[in-house]
Ligand binder design. Structure first.
Ligand SMILES: NC(=O)c1ccc[n+]([C@@H]2O[C@H](COP(=O)([O-])OP(=O)(O)OC[C@H]3O[C@@H](n4cnc5c(N)ncnc54)[C@H](OP(=O)(O)O)[C@@H]3O)[C@@H](O)[C@H]2O)c1
Length: 306
């Protein structure tokens, strides 16, 4: 299969406003022996992309560019078809449908190590699969690894309607926990439909004054201080914050992706897609994501680039 030397990609060359985002022709990636080249069909747009464009928190500049980004390609998650594989790759072959994580996923092609990919869940479209990797793995690492969530425990998910939160509600329910989801009025039904036994409208009720206590509190939207959260934590309970306890896209590996794929194919986990944008509308998409009110995930369809 012939791979072009150039590809189109969604890049930034300045920090700040979404107006800095452009679609540009850049060098197509080449692969190392242990890497896979994927032709991207869809990629999700997440908080990480907002941080990359703002250049804030400052640490992100270590990977995006100290003074300014230079043709930095946005995107962390994607779903697509394998185009080529390195000589040491054993699990994939050209034509396989995959999903996973890699820096620079808002492009025609991406390259990534094979352990950052898994076969796409059979019952998901490319768009749905592209929404899963980082957000769902963050929820999984928070609840399972940091929270050691057990069946029958009472868990409260703050920000249950967001990218991480919608996966957290479903993963906690799949682990057999009793889930309470905290969200705004218009999201109550959606969060209930994901498996929350109880929902609390934070615009009408302050759950930290309810007297109810929880084994695990997971702040999936980073809006709840630990001092407020701990007011409703059981004595032996665990308070989790998505920024501190959920790892990052870099921590994502094939075992977690495979675990999520199995949950998805068993009908226990789904991706909530709020909006889909064609890549030409990337600036509008970015403006929407940075407002911080999306319901689940926003996906960019890359097929127009092909
Ligand atoms: N998405 C990822 O892949 C990912 C991965 C790792 C870490 N993170 C981190 O996780 C955090 C959340 O990211 P996200 O992408 O999941 O966010 P998001 O999708 O933008 O979600 C925000 C959601 O939370 C709701 N919300 C806003 N203020 C709230 C409040 N005070 N209480 C409860 N709910 C509130 C919003 O709806 P309303 O405004 O209508 O309530 C919206 O549905 C960020 O700090 C991000 O850095 C994200």
């Amino acid at each position: 299969m012939s791979i072009p030397k150039l590809m189109k990609a969604i890049v930034i060359n300045a920090y700040g406003s979404p107006d800095a985002i452009e679609i540009k022709e850049v060098a197509a990636p080449t692969i190392k022996d242990n890497e896979v080249l994927v032709r991207v069909h869809a990629a999700s747009l997440n908080a990480g992309d907002v941080f990359a464009l703002r250049g804030s928190p400052w640490l992100i500049r270590l990977s995006v560019g100290l003074r300014r980004p230079k043709d930095y390609i946005l995107g962390w998650d994607m779903a697509g078809r394998v185009e080529a594989v390195g000589s040491q790759v054993t699990r994939f072959k050209p034509g396989d449908e995959v999903f996973g994580s890699c820096s620079g996923s808002l492009a025609e092609y991406v390259h990534t190590a094979e352990d950052k990919l898994a076969p796409k869940p059979a019952n998901l479209t490319f768009e749905q699969a592209a929404a899963v990797p980082t957000a769902a793995v963050s929820a999984l690492m928070g609840l399972r690894d940091a929270g050691k969530l057990q069946p029958g425990q009472k868990v409260l998910i703050n920000g249950a309607s967001g990218g991480v939160g919608t996966f957290a509600v479903q993963i906690a329910a799949a682990f057999g926990a009793e889930v309470t989801g905290v969200c705004s009025t218009s999201n109550l039904e959606m969060v209930r439909s994901l498996g929350a036994e109880k929902v609390i409208d934070y615009t009408r009720e302050d759950f930290t004054r309810s007297g109810e206590t929880y084994d695990v509190i997971f702040d999936a939207v980073d809006k709840l201080s630990s001092s407020r959260g701990k007011k409703v934590l059981k004595r032996s309970g665990t308070y989790l914050n998505v920024g501190r306890d959920s790892g990052s896209g870099n921590d994502l590996g094939v075992e977690d992706l495979t675990f999520l794929k199995e949950l998805i194919e068993a009908g226990m986990l789904r991706a909530v897609i709020d909006r889909r944008y064609p890549m030409e509308q990337i600036v509008e998409a970015h403006r929407y994501v940075e407002q911080g009110h999306k319901k689940g995930n926003v996906v960019i369809t890359m097929d127009k680039l092909l």
